[in-house]
Ligand binder design. Structure first.
Ligand code: AIR
Length: 432
């Protein structure tokens, strides 16, 4: 029996396994529908009768696809790049614009035909694209109706507020004068946000003083792009939770976690959050009310602010898709956010969202340089004794740039601080 730590053991294991997967592939089958020589694994190993169509092909689609494959379900991807992280996993890989219907009808029709049910993995998808797919008789979850209430952050906030759910003060910004007025009313700093298509820090600016306004508005694309303002919340902790909800209204509520951001980008997630049970229950209740308010079906991330321990909770933002704060669920929960997403959109029974270990830490691997991705430093991280427990996920993006989400690391255990140290050690070594 080879030693578990010897390089040879791993090399042997690696060589003996994939051989079966790289056998020469026939270029046609009896039913004549075998069109791909590559993608052998996903094409041949999975039944084709259930295919989830995913709009968008980034890491969230990739991890959803991996969860679908494990259940014997295929995915079809519609994204702007033919070599997206998820598109390269499946032969059902369609290319087109997500944000406009014009010149896209044909590829969208083919995508709809390939899909049993359709979902999305980002908010860049135009409502008219969702309606077009629905008009082709396909169920789309979340529905175009839900997305109308979430996609535009101003409408999202208005929807939550009209249901009596707590949010920070906000306003539409249709001129510099309205921004100046907002600053007077709610003070500085405040946040200026693009109403649509902002994510991972793209589309947000902190306004510390009046003189920041001109540059920030221009950088955010005003007046072509619509903006809104939000008062700064003095929080003691940023929290998030994932909720899966199916068409019947059945839900699976994940634990409330703590998120730590760097430059408006989520960097670290600690699960569960160090809050008392009462605060945790209040956060879950508020999050569920928000998802019910938009009649959400699928998986949703709800970001919250805790203004003081045992104190008030405000909803920050809703994400109508898998969310970064739920990546830890892959290793730390009975059913991951991605698997429950798949189950919810298919109308299958939801799985338990319970944690299977007392603590988990997820650290994002953000781009630290510009240029082609290199996996060279992965080996260094794998050799670290302190991060031996780290589960490393790399998304398969071709290009690195500073702050871009390129992968993540999760560590589970019984001691949160130990998990943190192990994840941070791996993060420090990996330079993508
Ligand atoms: N995403 C969507 N909304 C927020 C995030 N982080 C994910 C989706 C999307 C990808 O980020 O998976 O496809 C885009 O990442 P990038 O690095 O290509 O801009």
């Amino acid at each position: 029996m080879p030693e578990i730590n010897s390089d040879k053991f791993y090399i042997d294991a690696l060589i003996s396994k994939p051989v079966a997967l790289t056998l020469p592939v026939p270029s046609g089958t009896a039913d004549g529908n075998f069109a791909f020589e590559t993608n052998t694994l996903s094409y041949r190993a999975l039944p084709e009768n259930i295919t989830i169509g995913i709009l968008g092909g980034g890491q969230l689609a990739r991890m959803s696809s991996l969860a679908a494959f494990r259940l014997g379900v295929q995915t079809a991807i519609f994204s702007e790049s033919p070599a997206s992280p998820a598109g390269m996993l499946t032969p059902h890989n369609f290319t087109g614009d997500l944000d406009s219907l014009e010149s896209n009808r044909e590829p969208l029709k083919k995508f709809a035909e390939a899909s049993t049910v359709i979902t999305l993995e980002n908010e860049f998808v135009a409502i008219e694209v969702l309606e077009f797919l629905e008009s082709h008789g396909k169920k789309v979850f979340p529905t175009s109706q839900t997305m109308r209430l979430v996609r535009d952050k101003l409408i999202q906030k208005e929807t939550l507020k009209s249901r009596g759910l707590a949010v920070a003060p906000f306003a539409a910004m249709d001129s510099k004068a309205s921004a100046l007025l907002f600053g007077k009313q709610f003070g500085y700093p405040f946040l200026l946000k693009a109403r649509c298509n902002g994510y991972d820090g793209y589309g947000n600016r902190t306004i510390r003083r009046e003189s920041d306004l001109d540059a920030a508005m221009t950088q955010l694309g005003f007046p072509k792009r619509e903006l809104m303002a939000e008062a700064f919340v003095g929080f003691t902790m940023e929290l998030a939770t994932m909720i899966t909800r199916n068409e019947k209204g059945n839900v699976a509520l994940y634990p409330v976690v703590e998120t730590l951001q760097q430059n408006h980008i989520c960097k670290t997630v600690k699960a569960p959050a160090r809050i008392d049970d009462e605060t945790g229950e209040a956060a879950s209740r508020l999050a569920l009310q928000a998802i019910e308010a938009i009649d959400g079906v699928g998986i949703f991330g709800v970001e919250l602010f805790l203004t003081r321990q045992g104190g008030d909770l405000l909803i920050n933002e809703l994400a109508p898709r898998p969310h970064n704060s739920g990546h830890y669920t892959i290793e730390a929960c009975t059913t991951s956010q991605f698997e429950n997403h798949v189950r919810a959109v298919l109308g299958w029974p939801l799985g338990s969202p319970e944690m299977t270990s007392p603590a988990a830490v997820m650290v994002n691997l953000l781009g630290k340089r510009s240029g082609k991705i290199s996996l060279e430093t992965l080996k260094d991280a794998m050799r670290l004794p302190e991060s031996a427990e780290a589960r490393i996920h790399i998304y398969g993006k071709a290009e690195s740039r500073a702050g871009r989400k390129l992968g993540h690391v999760t560590v589970t255990g019984s001691d949160m601080e130990k998990c943190l140290r192990a994840a941070a050690a791996a993060d420090e070594k990996i330079i993508l």
